[in-house]
Design a protein around this ligand. Structure first.
Ligand code: 3PZ
Ligand code: ZN
Length: 321
């Protein structure tokens, strides 16, 4: 069995924070808030949540908030629902949600919902299932789900369901594992996993595993470490994690580590980044890897913190089986 380079990955995430003066700063400004969430989540799951400076991180997040309640990815950047979710998740992990006005954030997020139930990413109006999940996730952490038309949101997700049991970005769009994750996560938070074609979708998801052990996002595509998360977390929400070969998947993920500088890439031989480090570690955590904290499949947050989610996802209908 391959080795997991925990200390190297911790040092890798820390090193990203120290490159602020350098040209190749870890992520361009428009991804900075997401990047901090990815880095902090990876550290938390490796039980090293204190490896980044807490006060500085909280101050940075607060400096990105706008008067409309939303957060940008960097000071001066426009608010967007994705950076707003990352900001809420970071403050949640740092147990610092009391530093923001939850009503203002909830107004921003709820204000992005359209009359047909779908949610836009920002005021310019790009809509798809990802933002529906993000809105439900964000508002449930804040305990403000009542601000959203949850039935309308569920109706939109249901219209994105395909004949193969999967889901796409918008009605009629091809099934894709990352979209399936966001749709199942949205339905889980709304307590509507009963709408899923459980067996058909579980089959589609476990067929994503290739002979190398890795998972792809749709038929005929290359395996990618981040799909270890999108596919495996989806199977977890369906109560079917054991439908993939976990040992083979673990070796695929471990093979994508940088054994010198730390971090993980999309697959063996490629350059590591903080996104694949987060979802690779989270995938290993779902597989129950030694030394990692349990991860929640719906939120991609440490399971030990879920008691603090104000309106957590109810158990799925098959939990009682
Ligand atoms: C990556 N984004 O659009 S992105 C992302 N991808 O902002 C972040 N697997 O340059 C990093 N591919 C690396 N660090 C990649 C986030 C994408 C996903 C691209 C990717 C991942 C294969 C091609 C979409 C949450 C938020 C956003 C996404 C998914 C989930 C890129 C390309 C795209 C993006 C950023 C950098 C390779 C890091
Ligand atoms: Zn990827």
């Amino acid at each position: 069995m391959g080795q997991f380079y925990r200390e190297k990955h911790i040092a890798y995430v820390q090193s990203l924070d120290k490159k602020q003066d350098e040209l190749e700063y870890w992520l361009s400004e428009h991804l900075r808030m997401n990047g901090i969430y990815w880095g902090l989540t990876a550290l938390q799951l490796m039980k090293a949540g204190d490896a980044l400076p807490r006060d500085e991180m909280i101050a940075y997040v607060l400096s990105c908030q706008h008067a409309n309640g939303g957060f940008g990815a960097h000071p001066g950047h426009d608010a967007h629902i994705l950076s707003t979710l990352s900001a809420v998740q970071i403050l949640f992990m740092q147990d610092a949600l009391d530093r923001i006005d939850a009503d203002a954030v909830a107004s921003y997020v709820a204000g992005l919902q359209r009359p047909d139930g779908v949610v836009a990413g920002d005021e310019y109006g790009e809509v798809d299932t990802r933002f529906v999940y993000v809105a439900l996730n964000c508002l449930s952490i804040l305990g403000k789900l009542d601000r959203l038309d949850v039935d309308g949101a569920v109706g939109f997700i249901d219209r994105c369901k395909n004949y193969d049991g999967g889901y796409g970005m918008v009605p009629g769009a091809e099934s894709h594992a990352a979209q399936i994750f966001t749709c199942l996560g949205a339905l889980a938070i709304a307590g509507r996993l009963d709408l899923v074609d459980r067996d058909l979708l579980s089959w589609w998801l476990c067929e994503r595993q290739l002979p190398t052990g890795g998972l792809n996002g749709r038929p005929e595509k290359l395996p990618d470490v981040c799909y270890s998360w999108w596919v495996l977390s989806s199977l977890d929400m369906l109560g079917r994690v054991d439908w993939v070969d976990g040992a083979a998947l673990r070796e695929f993920i471990l093979g994508a580590q940088d054994d010198e500088a730390g971090g993980m890439a999309d697959r063996a031989g490629d350059v590591a980044d903080v996104f694949h480090t987060c979802f690779g570690v989270a995938g290993l955590a779902l597989l129950g890897h030694d030394g990692l904290d349990a991860v929640n499949a719906v939120y991609c947050l440490p399971q030990r913190m879920m008691g603090r989610v104000a309106t957590p996802a109810p158990p799925p209908p098959w939990a009682a089986e």
